[in-house]
Design a protein around this ligand. Sequence first.
Ligand code: DC
Length: 231
Amino acid sequence: MNNKRIIIAIDGHSSCGKSTFAKAIAARLGYIFIDTGAMYRAVTLYALEHGAIVAGIVDEERVEAMLADIDIDFRFNSQRGASDIYVNGDLVEGKIRTIEVSNCVSAVSSIAAVRHKLVAMQQQMGRRGGVVMDGRDIGTVVFPDAELKIYMTADAMVRAERRFKELTAKGDKVTLEEVYENVVSRDKADMSRAISPLRKADDALVLDNSNMSVEEQMAWFDAQFERVAGM
Ligand code: DC
């Protein structure tokens, strides 16, 4: 068994189960799981709560000016078996996945200064290896030398249905159409933005999980990991 603790970069479309998959892999390997989308959501939430987003319009200069006041950290929650995200010491895990944050996060994540700050934090968190990091630019920008890169995708309606179930289970009043629109528009925004757009790294393996169970995805992963890490 090879004990080298590698970097596993998982990129892909929104709502295709990247976090669930990444979390399961991290638990299996005893690696740290880092949800970088949560970091962009946390900045968006802060901007919403501090007047830098009004009626859905993001004031980029104000967001940039606020960055120095935003301190993000992750703390392990043993009940959830994953880390919770905190902003300036406040637990925001439950507040960052609303449709309001989802609707503004693509605009916030296209601000260069936001990316600059968060990418530097992510590189710092992953520098020792033994991490599974999920996002949009992990294999292309954050860790271009990651030993294992996975590009996840799934049919847009399948993704919308999954996210709709999650949101309604939490009591959010949303329609499937609204969630579908958000999924499609975020795909478009993430793939067409000028800085670090979502794209498959040349050396990434594609995992389309439209018709795959979590168990099937894990079996697929085990085969890839064995090949790369020589387990
Ligand atoms: O993974 P998620 O849906 O929670 O991510 C929220 C948004 O954050 C997504 O629409 C794009 C942005 N994001 C990004 O630009 N780069 C990342 N590494 C992760 C997320």
